[in-house]
Write a protein that binds this ligand. Structure first.
Ligand SMILES: [Zn+2]
Length: 179
């Protein structure tokens, strides 16, 4: 590891070194090859702001990566990172979204049913409820809460669309009313 990498932190301020260590440990345990590509993918994944998709990571690799890797490699590496406990995978109806698993504190998300965006939210009450939640005979590793609904952009868009529709109905009424 060169100095640049050792001291690197992500945009969110997460240090890279502990994540690299976790990856190394996992690959050693599983007798996997510690390829430089895997470390580079980790570095670039940690540059992404919060939640990302394979497509988004592919783009980041093209922009910031020292290697160019295939989609299949990225996909397989994400699976590896999930198993190593480095990533949280959000299994959504559209495409899988990933997020660096920086800690094990409860997390809450809102998912828009119209544009499918997923956003992390900080709601104290939701987190408190999750903190106190335990399941017998089950060792919980991540507490994730998903709330589905409409984001503010889609709400605004729908209001605008409704207004347009109302206006065009009114115009139609005027047009036909004059006959
Ligand atoms: Zn939306």
């Amino acid at each position: 590891m060169d100095n640049k990498q050792a001291n690197a932190t992500t945009r969110q301020g997460q240090p890279l070194a502990p994540m690299r260590e976790r990856l190394t440990q996992y690959m050693e345990e599983k007798a996997m090859r510690k390829t430089p590509e895997r470390y580079e993918i980790l570095r670039v994944a940690m540059l992404t702001n919060g939640i990302f998709t394979i497509d988004g990571l592919m783009k980041s690799m093209q922009e910031h990566g020292e290697f160019q890797v295939s989609r299949a490699t990225l996909f397989n590496t994400m699976e590896l990172f999930c198993k190593a406990g480095i990533l949280i995978k959000h299994q959504l109806a559209t495409a899988a979204h990933y997020e660096i698993r920086s800690d094990c504190t409860p997390k809450a998300y809102v998912i828009c049913r119209q544009c499918n965006t997923i956003t992390k939210v900080s709601t104290g009450t939701a987190k408190l409820a999750l903190t106190n939640l335990h399941v017998r005979y089950f060792s919980i590793e991540d507490k994730l809460l998903y709330m589905h609904g409409l984001c503010r952009y889609c709400q605004a868009k729908n209001r605008q669309d409704a207004r347009k529709k109302k206006k065009s109905i009114k115009q139609d009424k005027n047009k036909y009313g004059k006959r």
